[in-house]
Design a protein around this ligand. Structure first.
Ligand SMILES: NC(=O)c1ccc[n+]([C@@H]2O[C@H](COP(=O)([O-])OP(=O)(O)OC[C@H]3O[C@@H](n4cnc5c(N)ncnc54)[C@H](O)[C@@H]3O)[C@@H](O)[C@H]2O)c1
Length: 417
């Protein structure tokens, strides 16, 4: 079996998570790593080598790494994408023989950035994979396989509800709307909108088959705008939500039309950074005529109980669950989160595709469509109206639209207590 030699940009949270996923597949090795802080890259590279996931050579620059790997994954913060991609294109033009590029969600903070990334990959003739892990989740893929006969006989799903919720991100740049692109809608709404679109799509049709016709959404600041919680953000991350707030709650609805049958279907999404349970919860359900499915990642086959006296014995709550908020009581444990959340299978898909000279199941052009839906959701929340995606003037406006929250003007649309 051929193995894709991957070079990674960034040595933070998602790089470590993806390494745990790559350890579980056979067609990808981590051959290189580069990051803004070399010491971080060295530390992560050591872990990768010790776990037998690849040579993980540390490079001073992405341009240098491009000469020694087959593909590059961009796992650095959202605001660094274009600068990194320009360096990759430059390296290819100087002779680096890369096959493809992977980008974590979101592809861009707005459509202009996402479109620029698509153009840059085209310029360098690189295959692309946009990493939307939730579509690759085994529970999502299994419900599709299990319900294929029902779907074929009764018709596809008509309603789905998707949610990703936790208590808030781990690094300051996520909280800064100008750097990240907004609040939870930019950070996690992209997941819920994508998985909603995907599960509604009739079996055998491509991921963009259903036509999004309208988006309605709301954004709110419910917890982290309260004085004591704002203060915690200022103390811990240096971000001031009295000046540049971002939404910690977003909800909305995307309406789709089947271009062959005219059938209407709806994907409702809810995302929050103010979720007060054990840790991260992904929830999805779907209703078809006469059948349904439901996924809830807070339900595990493994639960542990840690009483008060034994609480100190647990060294790291995040060993049980991503974004865990408690280290005692009855705790849900997900012992293979990298696989549960779909990281394993998205890497396997990208490696197989690039080795065959193809794009991943979800190319960057798909990531651009997701960015468009997220932008339409921000526009809907700002204008307090439904956005009609079939209107060509709206399509045009979205191309250059930058949400007020992303501009650092969130105080004009969010209520800060
Ligand atoms: N699919 C998911 O569920 C998921 C989960 C977490 C993060 N992500 C995405 O992954 C990306 C990274 O998030 P994270 O949580 O790992 O962030 P992080 O802050 O934990 O790590 C970012 C890493 O990039 C490095 N970096 C910063 N600027 C750089 C630059 N200019 N060049 C090279 N390296 C640079 C940092 O030093 C750090 O090592 C984000 O785009 C985020 O949206 C996706």
């Amino acid at each position: 079996m051929e193995t894709l030699k991957l070079g990674i940009v960034g040595a933070g949270f998602i790089t470590r998570f993806q390494a745990r996923a790559i350890a579980q597949i056979r067609n990808m090795d981590i051959a290189g790593i580069t990051s803004r802080t070399k010491a971080h890259a060295e530390a992560v590279a050591k872990e990768i080598r010790e776990a037998g996931i690849g040579e993980a050579m540390v490079y001073d620059s992405v341009g240098e790494m491009a000469n020694h790997v087959d593909a590059i994954a961009i796992y650095s913060p959202n605001f660094t994408r274009i600068e990194i991609m320009e360096k990759i294109v430059d390296a290819v033009q100087k002779g680096a023989s890369l096959k493809g590029v992977i980008c974590e969600k979101p592809l861009g903070r707005n459509m202009k950035e996402a479109r620029r990334l698509v153009e840059l990959a085209d310029e360098a003739n690189l295959r692309t994979a946009y990493f939307e892990n939730q579509i690759f989740m085994k529970p999502i893929q299994s419900q599709l396989a299990q319900l294929t006969p029902q779907q074929k006989t009764m018709g596809p799903l008509v309603l789905t509800r998707s949610a990703e919720e936790h208590g808030g991100p781990h690094e300051p740049w996520f909280w800064d709307p100008t750097q990240q692109g907004g609040g939870v809608l930019s950070d996690m709404g992209c997941h819920s909108i994508a998985v909603g679109w995907y599960v509604l799509t009739p079996i055998g049709k491509p991921p963009t088959f259903l036509q999004p016709i309208s988006v309605t959404a709301e954004t709110s600041l419910l917890k982290w705008g309260l004085p004591e919680w704002r203060q915690k953000l200022l103390d811990r991350f240096g971000v001031d939500y009295s000046k540049t707030p971002a939404e910690d709650f977003a909800t909305g609805m995307v309406t789709f039309r089947n271009p062959e049958t005219g059938q209407i279907s709806k994907a409702q999404f809810t995302d929050s950074w103010m979720f007060e349970k054990q840790g991260l919860r992904l929830f999805m359900d779907g209703m078809g005529p006469g059948y349904a499915f439901e996924v809830n990642t807070l339900r595990s086959t493994l639960e542990v109980f840690i009483g008060d006296e034994a609480a100190d014995a647990i060294a790291d709550a995040e060993m049980a669950l991503e974004k865990a908020t408690a280290s005692r009581g009855l705790l849900a444990v997900q012992y293979n989160e990298a696989d549960l959340y779909g990281y394993t299978d998205e890497n396997k898909d990208a490696a197989a595709a690039f080795l065959a000279g193809k794009d991943g199941t979800l190319p960057w052009s798909y990531g651009l469509e997701i960015t468009k839906l997220v932008m339409a959701a921000y526009l809907s929340a700002e204008r307090r109206k439904t956005i009609d995606l079939t209107d060509t003037s709206v399509q045009q406006e979205l191309e250059t639209y930058v949400p007020l929250i992303q501009q650092g003007r969130g105080a004009e649309v969010l209520q800060v207590s």
